[in-house]
Design a protein around this ligand. Sequence first.
Ligand SMILES: [Zn+2]
Length: 92
Amino acid sequence: MNKASLWSGVLSAVQNGSAEEVKKLACPKCGAGLSLKYDPLSPQPDATTAGLLKINCWSCVAGVFMDGLTHTPPWIEILGPTVETRPDTSPG
Ligand SMILES: [Zn+2]
């Protein structure tokens, strides 16, 4: 499995998901919580700024980032630019 498809669910959720979905995201490699950090003023090659979202697992140190975001994901207004997710791992 390549890295892009491994993280595609997480990347889709952080772009389009609700605050509730984002808060429950888990690392696709180990299932632990993820650390999300959003920087709205990331420098771009054309001298403008855009959003940069860093996604890291605090357990296995896996992670991805997305740069050049032209709009701020809606959950950032609710959860803030720094989020520690808590996957729902209860057995039921
Ligand atoms: Zn992990």
